[in-house]
Design a protein around this ligand. Structure first.
Ligand code: AMP
Length: 189
């Protein structure tokens, strides 16, 4: 999808950093620390989707639940809009103290997981300045997710869903990482 109009946020004022990595790579844990140390707002696409799934009256609840259980990608329009709304709310709420004049700094965790999301968000919402990619071995990721699954209550921290999430990551998310690497916007950790 392309757009000739301005993006929802001015990228001279709003900094967007995408944070990617396989399931269990440590994206959420590291984002929490980075957000505290560098005054970023941490937005997790997965958390926003889970909140929307549980919101009374959401038209997307069933769709989101099915995608999460199957480890597949929720349609780009849904994820992108949830992020845009959350960014606008955060800019508004911090405007009187830390972020004057529409400024903002966002770590967007678990997004974009597919090329179409990257294109849509960069063109319609706000272009990313940087992409951080966390990597480790699949064995480590599986071990962490199964451990987390004992207490997380997440429907997708089980071995069947984990296998599907890995497949989605290799098939759909790796091309996104390669895309930003070619643009020299990628940092590997
Ligand atoms: P996470 O919390 O990052 O592990 O994501 C859990 C699940 O939420 C994924 O397996 C997808 O089903 C869905 N999800 C998370 N982020 C996205 C995204 N950017 N686009 C579409 N679906 C997503």
């Amino acid at each position: 999808m392309t757009s000739n109009g301005p993006t929802a946020f001015d990228h001279n004022k709003v900094t967007v950093v995408y944070v990617l990595g396989g399931p269990g790579a440590g994206k959420g844990t590291q984002c929490t620390k980075l957000a505290e140390d560098f005054d970023f707002c941490h937005l997790s696409a997965g958390d926003l989707l889970r909140a929307e799934q549980n919101r009374d009256g959401s038209q997307y609840g069933v769709l989101i639940r099915t995608c999460i259980r199957e480890g597949t990608i929720v349609p780009k329009e849904v994820t992108s809009k949830l992020l845009e709304n959350a960014m606008a709310a955060e800019i508004q709420s911090r405007s009187s103290h830390r972020w004057p004049s529409g400024k903002g700094r966002f770590l967007i965790d678990g997004f974009p997981r597919k090329m179409d999301q990257a294109e849509l968000f960069d063109e319609v919402v706000c272009p990313a300045s940087l992409v951080i990619h966390f990597t480790t071995t699949e064995d480590v990721m599986v071990e962490r997710l199964l451990e987390r699954g004992k207490t997380s209550g997440r429907e997708d921290d089980n071995i069947e869903s984990i296998r599907k999430r890995f497949r989605t990551y290799y098939d759909q998310t790796m091309p996104v990482i390669e895309h930003y690497s070619k643009l020299s916007k990628l940092v590997e950790v």
